[in-house]
Design a protein around this ligand. Structure first.
Ligand code: F6P
Length: 525
């Protein structure tokens, strides 16, 4: 008897399912929420919808049977051990990830990885084609699946296909290094709408199409005629920014529960009730600027600008991609630096850094956010950084200060944060001290403005806006999907002040208002 698979009007495809199959030492398996911002964002908007999610279950080997989770149909895609190495760790995270993140580490180019990437993308396209109802909407996610839109269109021309880029899209000069640059772009152009985090990312993509590949671009669209096809068969694809966000209401409500509030107080008490608790929460990834953050923090301790138990740092580093060399090396360096700083600057019973290399539940994270006076979000490059928005969503008490790198997508919206350039250690130190010393009324004012923005542009705003843009592509939807020019100009003006303050610190023009300079008694070198 042939069992006919159910089909859906909305299908989401991402490298990972929202849950990972995890095995313990005895070989027993459980499903756990998958790591990363993509799942954190998509999970609340997909829950309860009559939709399918196609993705990998997180373990090499045969795919588990499809199953339903909270009304959503999960269709696992199998990856063999070699495919995990060549498609996931290799081409996705050893080739594309570094190129798309400013080559913080060098990208590796291997033809075998590329071939496996194509094979796996084709498998995803087949799995989607199987569960998509006639004329369904298919929403493909992220850099791991860039060939899926065109492969899927060839199988199922009836579908409306969108793709969203969760990470930055690189400038032409970096993208041009990829030996498979044309195939990657043509893979995407099977979609009707391509969504990006920032306008700059969409513009980079359109520049790649026009300048590098000679395609016809106009405004935010590109017209593409596949090789061998007649010009009249050209497709027009829209590429535009629509920044991702968080479930503001859900996080706000969670952070208001008596349990989370009590846990926040408990966390502070367990750390000795410091005057200032600083917090970093990141996947342990070289793009997150953890080394730079620790350097700045270590120097502030050395300068005696701060000291435990009054000031302490809690750094959560979520284990990530541990089989890739660059990640192993990062872990060794971070472990070593944390050990050195703690060895030199901890007081008895008061470590300078509380370092947690593990994942935590949503409730525990909300409690940590609520407990922290200063949130350090200092990536060297990040598509968005949802941790910054999660922190804001949890601070219903208007407590807390956000220090935010200008190299995150979040900076383009959260202009009431303290901006920093994480490469500029002196400037970063100054910014941290400004955040510590912030007067209460200014802190409340800034947090209020940040919360207003995240509340208005939450993850439902993002998902609905994306789906509307996809439905009307290549035409724009009626509703605006990105900040208007004037809104952006206002944001940029507000940020100029912060940027100047940060730059002045490094250029030796500090105003003298900061304890750090006063204590050092000399301008920073
Ligand atoms: O957004 C970047 C991203 O790669 C997502 O696709 C993913 O959910 C997250 O980071 C975590 O990465 P990984 O799935 O490789 O653990």
């Amino acid at each position: 008897m042939t069992v006919v698979a159910p089909t859906f009007d909305l299908v989401v495809a991402a490298n990972r399912l929202p849950v990972d199959l995890v095995f313990d030492a005895d070989g027993n398996s459980t499903w756990q929420r998958s790591p990363g911002g993509l799942v954190a964002a998509m999970d609340p908007v997909m829950r309860g919808r009559d939709a399918a999610w196609v993705g990998w279950a997180g373990e090499p080997g045969p795919a588990p049977e499809p199953f339903s989770d909270d009304g959503m149909y999960l269709q696992p895609v199998a990856l063999s051990p070699i495919e995990v190495q060549e498609y996931y760790e290799g081409f996705s995270n050893g080739t594309l990830w570094p190129i798309y993140h400013d080559v913080i580490v060098q990208g590796s180019f291997h033809r075998t990885w590329w071939n496996t990437y194509r094979t796996v993308n084709y498998r995803f396209a087949m799995a989607i084609a199987k569960v998509a109802a006639p004329c369904a909407t298919v929403w493909v996610h992220d850099y791991q699946l860039q060939l899926v839109p065109t492969m899927l269109r060839a199988m199922r021309p009836d579908l409306r296909i969108g793709w969203f880029d969760h990470i930055p899209f690189p400038p032409v000069e970096l993208f041009a290094q990829l030996p498979w640059r044309r195939a990657l772009v043509e893979g995407l152009l099977g979609a009707d709408f391509l969504g990006f985090q920032r306008t700059a990312d969409a513009e980079n993509f359109l520049r790649v199409c026009g300048q590098l590949l000679g395609m016809a671009t106009k405004g935010d669209t590109v017209t593409f005629t596949p090789t061998g096809k007649d010009l009249s068969e050209g497709r027009t694809v829209r590429a535009s920014a629509i920044p991702i966000s968080v479930d503001f209401k859900g996080l706000d409500a969670l952070a208001r529960t008596p349990e989370v509030k009590a846990r926040a107080a408990e966390i502070r008490a367990s750390l000795g009730n410091p005057k200032i608790l600083m917090l970093g929460v990141d996947r342990l990834d070289y793009t997150k600027g953890i080394r730079h953050r620790l350097k700045a923090y270590g120097e502030l301790l050395q300068d005696k600008a701060i000291a435990p138990p009054d000031v302490t740092l809690m750094q959560v580093a979520l284990p990530s991609r541990e089989h890739i060399d660059a990640y192993r090396q990062l872990r060794e360096e971070v472990d070593g630096t944390v050990g050195r700083i703690n060895g030199e600057y901890s007081a008895m019973g008061s470590p300078a850094i509380h370092y947690l290399h593990q994942g935590f539940s949503r409730e525990e994270m909300a409690a940590m956010f609520l407990a922290a006076d200063v949130m350090l979000v200092t990536p060297l490059r990040d598509g968005m950084n949802l941790v910054a928005k999660e922190y804001v969503a949890c601070r219903h008490d208007l407590g807390g200060v956000l220090v935010l790198s200008e190299f995150t997508g979040a900076w383009h919206e959260l202009h009431q944060a303290f901006i920093c350039n994480p490469h500029d250690i002196e400037g970063l130190k100054q910014t941290i001290m400004r955040a510590i010393d912030i007067p209460e009324d200014e802190r409340r004012r800034r947090m209020k403005a940040l919360r207003k923005l995240v509340a208005a542009h939450d993850v439902y705003w993002w998902a609905n806006g994306y789906l509307e843009a996809l439905a009307s592509a290549p035409e724009r939807p009626h509703r605006p999907t990105r900040a208007g020019n004037e809104e952006r100009r206002v944001a940029e003006r507000a940020n100029t002040f912060n940027r100047r303050a940060s730059d002045r610190a490094s250029e030796g023009e500090g105003s003298g208002e900061h304890r750090l300079l006063a204590d050092m008694g000399k301008p920073p070198g």
